[in-house]
Design a protein around this ligand. Structure first.
Ligand code: FPP
Length: 251
């Protein structure tokens, strides 16, 4: 790649020893620690989610500039309904606001944006905003940005199996048929799964698709996660040898 064609994120990546020809195609992120960041700064949890929204914008644009093809983030888990009503309502409103207010920016940046999860269970206004976001960006050719909302990995597998049985009651259930019935079968499996704020848990995120993903956990909370941390995660990823259950090439 000619040095002159590089943007600032790619230049920084090269300086950190990242190989731009071996980037993870799909990065998935468990954005954790908004509440801790807020409480640590003496604010309410929703303030932390608002900071998390700013981080998400920044990370999406950074990932796109770096050359990542797919970014999938855990915005609201199927388990998050157990949080206090005002936090749940605040998160739903924030995600709807993001989908509506960022639409122009998503289009300008050639982002194809969509959501996965049991979307029929979220408030109607949010459903409409997500539908509009998807339709208005569907012909974009840049990074594919997927928000997991009211998402659970077990629920996705269960929904896939139900779809298969409904469509073809006598059909065989195979890994291929489950892959084909996932919320978005065109998404490749994540190469790299990042979790912020230090917990060593998978939390029911993309549990089918991330079976062989490389994991990167950072103590940094989500609102504090920046380009530097994203590049650090990619650099770590490139140091791993992916074996998919086989043996590494002995050279
Ligand atoms: C985890 O922090 C984060 C969430 C439950 C939701 C993620 C939401 C955002 C980043 C807000 C904006 C999203 C969009 C799509 C606009 P936590 O509350 O679990 O933090 P804690 O573990 O410190 O309590």
């Amino acid at each position: 790649m000619a040095a002159s064609a590089l943007n600032s994120v790619q230049t920084n990546a090269l300086q950190q020893g990242i190989n731009l020809d071996a980037l993870p195609a799909h990065i998935a992120i468990i954005m954790d620690g908004n509440g801790r960041f807020a409480q640590g700064n003496g604010f309410q949890r929703l303030w932390g989610h608002r900071q998390g929204y700013k981080t998400l914008k920044n990370v999406l644009l950074t990932a796109a500039q770096l050359g990542i093809k797919y970014l999938t983030v855990y915005a609201f888990s199927a388990e998050n309904w157990r949080r206090p009503e005002d936090e749940v309502g605040g998160l739903m409103a924030l995600i709807e606001e993001a989908a509506r207010h960022e639409l122009r920016g998503l289009k300008e940046n050639n982002v194809r944006a969509q959501a996965i999860g049991r979307l029929h269970e979220v408030p109607l206004g949010l459903q409409e905003a997500l539908q509009e976001m998807k339709e208005d960006t569907q012909n974009n050719t840049g990074i594919v940005f997927t928000l997991a909302i009211n998402y659970g990995g077990r629920a996705e597998i269960l929904d896939a199996i139900k779809t298969i049985i409904k469509d073809n009651p006598a059909g065989e259930i195979t890994e291929e048929s489950i892959n084909a019935a996932l919320y978005d079968p065109t998404l490749p499996e994540p190469d790299l799964l990042i979790r912020t704020a230090g917990e060593l848990r998978w939390s029911n995120f993309l549990i089918w698709q991330a079976a062989y993903s490389e994991l990167f956990v950072t103590e940094t909370t989500w609102p504090e996660f920046k380009e530097k941390e994203l590049l650090e995660a990619v650099a770590h990823y490139q140091k791993r040898i992916r074996k998919f259950g086989g043996l590494a090439d002995l050279q």
